[in-house]
Design a protein around this ligand. Structure first.
Ligand SMILES: CC(C)c1ccc(C(=O)O)c(O)c1O
Ligand SMILES: [Fe+2]
Length: 297
């Protein structure tokens, strides 16, 4: 089994690089890490050199990357994947350099999602310089699309050290590779793809301040503010250029007692399964009999 140590980055193709970078910095609040590279932009949220790379070209996710311990672990992973029948691409030194990693291999998961395994992802010592004070503290998780969530869990939990933390029926599986409730999620989709990228924010207030700010800017809010019963995080999903969905969340649960944790099974058809603030369908309080005398809705 291949030990993933963390999530590394998402690489995404963009037709309008400048627009995507402007949104990621001025709206989302990431840092654009300058470089001499043409046609590639690196966006930073935390100590990683970058967690999001926009590559000028056709729109759409290119690859989602995870870190392994070192070069030896990467070589073993390459062999393990080939033994399992996957065609593995070994990146060149230039491929590694543009990713700011020591080395990189790539392969397609059973659903066609391009995954990359990397070692020695570069860290930057200097503080993050956010494009806006959105409160981002770190790249929290990535969520892939796959037509069969159970099969995706089987793939990630047998090929890698991913463990299901919670299920939302056959619609989603939230998987951990360390104490964080999930760093990888799979959401049911007809085609392979990237469902969203998540950024953790420092305070609960950041979620709501960002919500107001995004509304003021006319950014499409896709879901929230709400609270996930799985990780307990308060969330906000919004749509960026070229179909990239971003999620802010605050308060993701850490699973510190690995042996004691048992995955929960939420029914996506039940209200509250994705947003626990959606109570049962309550009757509107505007019903006359519920309002005190003389109070008008
Ligand atoms: C609906 C998606 C897959 C989802 C569900 C739960 C959480 C969480 O518990 O934090 C997420 O982050 C999600 O993106
Ligand atoms: Fe998420």
């Amino acid at each position: 089994m291949i030990e993933l140590t963390d999530i590394a980055y998402v690489r995404s193709g963009v037709a309008d690089l400048d627009r995507a970078v402007r949104f990621a910095t001025e709206v989302v609040g990431l840092e654009h890490v300058g470089s001499d590279e043409v046609g590639v932009a690196h966006l930073r949220a935390d100590a990683r050199h970058h967690c999001l790379a926009f590559v000028e070209g056709a729109s759409g996710v290119i690859a989602s990357a995870f870190t392994v311990a070192d070069e030896d672990a990467l070589a073993l992973a390459e062999t393990e994947l080939e033994t399992r029948g996957f065609h593995v691409w070994r990146g060149t030194a230039e491929d590694a350099r543009t990713r700011r990693v020591g080395a990189v291999v790539g392969f397609d998961d059973p659903f066609g999602n391009r995954l990359e395994l990397v070692c020695a992802q570069q860290s930057l010592g200097r503080p993050v310089v956010p494009g806006r004070a959105s409160g981002i503290t770190e790249f929290g998780h990535l969520c892939l699309d796959a037509p069969d969530v159970a099969e995706a869990h089987r793939f990630f939990s047998t090929t890698f050290n991913a463990r299901a933390s919670d299920w939302i029926g056959d619609a989603a599986c939230l998987m951990r590779i360390d104490e964080v409730h999930h760093k990888l999620a799979v959401f049911r989709g007809d085609h392979p793809g990237l469902c969203h990228v998540n950024f953790q924010v420092a305070e609960l207030d950041d979620v709501f301040r960002n919500w107001h700010h995004l509304q003021d800017l006319g950014v499409e809010i896709e879901m929230g503010p709400g609270r996930h019963p799985q990780s307990g995080a308060v969330f906000l999903y919004f749509l960026g250029p070229e179909g990239l969905t971003y999620e802010y969340s605050y308060g993701v649960r850490r699973i510190t007692d690995e042996a004691a944790w048992r995955p929960r099974f939420f029914d996506p058809a039940e209200r509250g399964s994705i947003d626990m603030w959606l109570g049962p369908t309550q009757k509107p309080i505007t019903q006359p009999q519920l309002l005190p005398e003389g109070v008008r809705p």
